[in-house]
Design a protein around this ligand. Structure first.
Ligand SMILES: Nc1ncnc2c1ncn2[C@@H]1O[C@H](COP(=O)(O)OP(=O)(O)OP(=O)(O)O)[C@@H](O)[C@H]1O
Ligand SMILES: CC(C)(CO)[C@@H](O)C(=O)[O-]
Ligand code: BAL
Length: 281
């Protein structure tokens, strides 16, 4: 695996090695890699000829200074995992390589910035779109791979790609879970054993809504989930919402083609998000 720390180096390398007609697959991450990230590398390997991963803890998407300072950065371990996963290129820039004082970024994300994660983490999607656009400009991928775990992020990046007319095709990969259902996430390392048990309430609330989908109205599903979550010990629920996955708007209609439930809660020192499509496997 080749490792580059500057934009110029990674771009030169890709220009040199990318043979005519071959495709580049890109997996942007913030590191502290787990099986969820590695499933994206695997999907990229299956679909494209050259796989590029980036690890960059992007300061502009953090609305909480402590969260940024404490974000896990086990870089040697990450490099080892990427080598084992046969990733071809790692782009590993410092903050100064990605940002300078002349940087300007403004994108109108319409309502996407005001709901769910956007509402709770003001400025978050502004920062995500800013860095993802920079990374797309440097890597020029044919395909970019993202996890369903951050479903709203996928919706926001799809919106940006369409709005700016970018040529990259986006691929959403399924959520990788621990054996008991907890969605893998880099911040899970900060859960105590007790928090770890409490965190399962999110997966359970989603699974119950899915199991009850055929027999209950959407408002009943919503109410039951909120009741369950508000009685679950050790968590502070931020939202449980049922949306039309295609329009990304709340839905109350069972006839909606793809219905998704999205949940977020504080558990111990961290926030956890999860989601599940309710009416399909
Ligand atoms: N459990 C998972 N299954 C599939 N993809 C995942 C999973 N967790 C994260 N990803 C995806 O990996 C990419 C990089 O995410 P990121 O580096 O922020 O990791 P993370 O585990 O989501 O960390 P955190 O939620 O603590 O920020 C994103 O596209 C994200 O959706
Ligand atoms: C897409 C991303 C790498 C941008 O920093 C980040 O938001 C993430 O890891 O999901
Ligand atoms: N996976 C989303 C990145 C973040 O929490 O900032």
């Amino acid at each position: 695996m080749e490792i580059f720390r500057t934009r110029a180096e990674v771009r030169n390398y890709l220009e040199q090695v990318k043979p005519e007609g071959h495709s580049v697959g890109f997996v942007p991450t913030m590191g502290a890699l787990h099986q969820g990230h590695l499933s994206l590398i695997e999907a990229a390997r299956n679909k494209t000829d050259l796989v590029v991963c980036s690890i960059f803890v992007n300061p502009t998407q953090f609305n909480d200074k402590n969260d940024l300072a404490n974000y896990p950065r086990p870089i040697e371990d990450d490099i080892h995992k990427l080598r084992e996963a046969h990733c071809d290129v790692l782009f590993l820039p410092e903050v100064g390589e990605m940002y300078n004082s002349a940087d300007k970024w403004n994108i109108e994300l319409e309502n996407l910035d005001n709901i769910l994660e956007g509402e709770i983490r003001p400025g978050h999607y502004h920062g995500v779109t800013q860095i993802v656009k920079k990374l797309f400009d440097i890597i020029s991928p044919d395909y970019a791979f993202f996890g369903q775990k951050d479903f709203q992020q996928f919706v926001v990046i799809s919106f940006m790609v369409k709005k700016l007319g970018l040529k990259v095709k986006l691929i959403m990969c399924p959520i990788v879970r621990e054996k008991d259902g907890l969605a893998m996430s880099s911040r899970n390392v900060y859960l105590s054993q007790e928090d770890r048990q409490h965190a399962l309430a999110l997966f359970k609330s989603l699974s119950k809504a899915k199991a009850d989908f055929d027999t209950m109205s959407i408002s009943e599903l919503n109410r039951n989930a909120m009741d369950y979550l508000s009685n679950a010990p050790g968590i502070k629920t931020e939202y449980f919402e049922i949306y039309n996955a295609d329009t990304f708007e709340p839905t109350t209609s069972k006839a909606t083609e793809k219905v998704i439930a999205l949940v977020a809660a504080r558990v111990g020192k961290i926030r956890i998000i999860d989601n599940m499509i309710l009416n399909k496997n």
